[in-house]
Each structure stands twice: as C-alpha cells, then as structure tokens.
Design a protein around this ligand. Structure first.
Ligand SMILES: [Zn+2]
Length: 287
C-alpha cells in the first residue's frame, strides 16, 4: 500500500495530498530567524513543527532539500518599512557591532536547534552574504517597471501584480487606516513595500552597501535590502523559480509572504511554492 501525506495548504485553505514537483524529491524554503535576540518558545515551536514535516517526508522515502535563511539585516521593527533595523538596534543596546550580535544569536539559535534534536537544513544562508543577488533581482524588477523611487528607498508597486492578496485574501480596497499604516507618504499605495532602503541621513548604519540607486539630490547614498526581498532571492538561488513547500508562521501571511509572492511572481510569473505550510500561534494559558 502506498502511503500518502496530506498537508494543509494555507494558499488554498484546504488539506491536499502532497505531490512533489520532482519525483522522490522535496524542496523546502523556511523563513529563518532574525538574529537579534534569543529565540523564544513560539519561534522554536515553528522549527519543531517543520522538523515533523521533514521527518515525515523522509520516512515516506523523499529526499529533502531545505533552505533556512538567517536574517541578519533589513528586518525592521515595523512591518511597514519603518523603524529601526532589529540587529542594529540590539547592537547599539549591547554596545557591540551588528556583526557580533548577528553571529552570537545565530550561534545560540543553532545550539537551541541541536538541543531540540531538530535536523539541520541543507542550506542556512545569511542574508548579508547575498546583497549583490538582491540588487540584481531588484534591477530586474525595475526593468519590468514594477518599482519606483522615493526619498527613502526603492519601492514595489503592489498594484502591478494581479491578485496581490491571493495568499492573505485581504480586502485591499477596504484596508483600514491603522491596520497598515502608511508611514512613508511617498508610497503610492498602502500595500507597496520597500525593496531597498537608503541609510538614514542622521544616523550611521553599520550594515550598508552601495547600490545603483540614490534619492534625488543625494549622491551615492548607501543602503540595505528590505526584509522580504531576501526570501525571494535565497529561495530562487537555492531552489529555483518554483519549489514544493514554503514554511513559516501564520503571522507572516498578510505582509511578508504576500510581498514575497508578489515580487517573485513579478519576475518569474510563478507562485514560488506549491504548498504554503504555515504554523499557527502558540497559546499560553495562565490559570
Ligand atoms: Zn521569509
């Protein structure tokens, strides 16, 4: 008897029998940790959930190729492309460099994964090691006219992709003020997002790079990638334009994963993953 695995595909909001793109192999992308602090129980529960999936697939005889990225730059304290970079903020507080903070918490995360007996991913790329690839990806979007420039960075025009909300199934027209606060008044639409941000005028960033872009009137302003672009770039780099399963938390549906799909689709005309295997919140009950 052939064993079949059914998984809940958040993209379709239903359970489906898992069928890989390539016979006998499964490609998985997992949104990894932002290394600015210790992982908490909710974070680690995500990786246990995904480990169960990987082990189930291996038990069924599949060869698993998995990417788990390390976010060491670009994840801001505010999902609306505003606020401070989490790693740089943590570095300031601890009086360390951003690199020291990122390396320290990446090591702690890996130790936690080992203690929990979670299998290692095939690839664990750091976002900051792939800046040229991110710049190239954004340039390709620029050529296809999916981007526009503001005084604080390069933005993605979310209205240029059909069904922008196909994962989140959010009511874009009815988006209330306050749910997605538009901090940058130069954004054309509430759901547009930063692909590349310019380093702020008044404070010095530690992790910043030259790019082909600068705001008008300011020459050669360094900058850093937006958070969403790293997942599209790293998934494509290691797994190709289309892979089997995308993992992460349900808290990323409405912004991070939605934006990832939009920018990848804009470039490849493909939804990057077939199955979106996203875990729910962990609830702690106090009695
Ligand atoms: Zn991600």
């Amino acid at each position: 008897m052939e064993l079949k695995l059914k998984i809940y595909n958040t993209f379709k909001r239903k359970k489906e029998v898992f069928k890989p793109i390539k016979k006998g192999e499964v490609s998985i992308y997992t949104c990894g940790p932002t290394v600015y602090d210790f992982a908490h129980i909710g974070n680690l529960r995500t990786y246990i959930f995904e480990d169960v999936l990987v082990r189930a697939l291996k038990t069924l005889g599949f060869k698993v190729k998995r990417v788990l990225n390390i976010t060491d730059v670009g994840h801001l304290t505010d999902d609306e492309d505003a606020g401070e970079d989490k790693v740089e903020k943590s570095a300031k507080k601890a009086k360390k460099t951003a690199r020291q903070i990122a390396i320290y918490f990446e090591k702690q995360f890996m130790l936690d994964m080992t203690k929990l007996n979670i299998e290692k991913a095939t690839f664990t790329p750091r976002a900051s090691d792939f800046i040229p690839e991110m710049i190239k990806f954004i340039q390709k979007l620029e050529v296809k006219k999916y981007t526009y420039l503001t005084s604080d960075g390069v933005y993605f025009d979310s209205t240029r992709v059909p069904n922008y909300d196909q994962l989140a199934k959010i009511d874009i027209k009815g988006l209330e003020e306050g749910k997605r606060v538009t901090v940058n008044k130069e954004k054309k639409h509430k759901t547009d997002f930063a692909l590349w941000k310019f380093s702020p005028k008044n404070s010095k960033r530690q992790m910043e790079w030259e790019s082909p872009w600068s705001p008008s009137g300011r020459d050669k302003v360094k900058g850093f990638p937006g958070w969403h672009i790293e997942c599209s770039v790293l998934a494509q780099k290691f797994l190709g334009d289309k892979f089997d399963i995308h993992c992460g938390g349900v808290d990323h549906i409405s912004v991070h994963h939605t934006n990832e799909i939009a920018q990848s689709y804009a470039l490849t005309k493909k939804i990057p993953a077939v199955y979106w295997f996203l875990n729910q919140w962990i609830f702690v009950l106090w009695f």
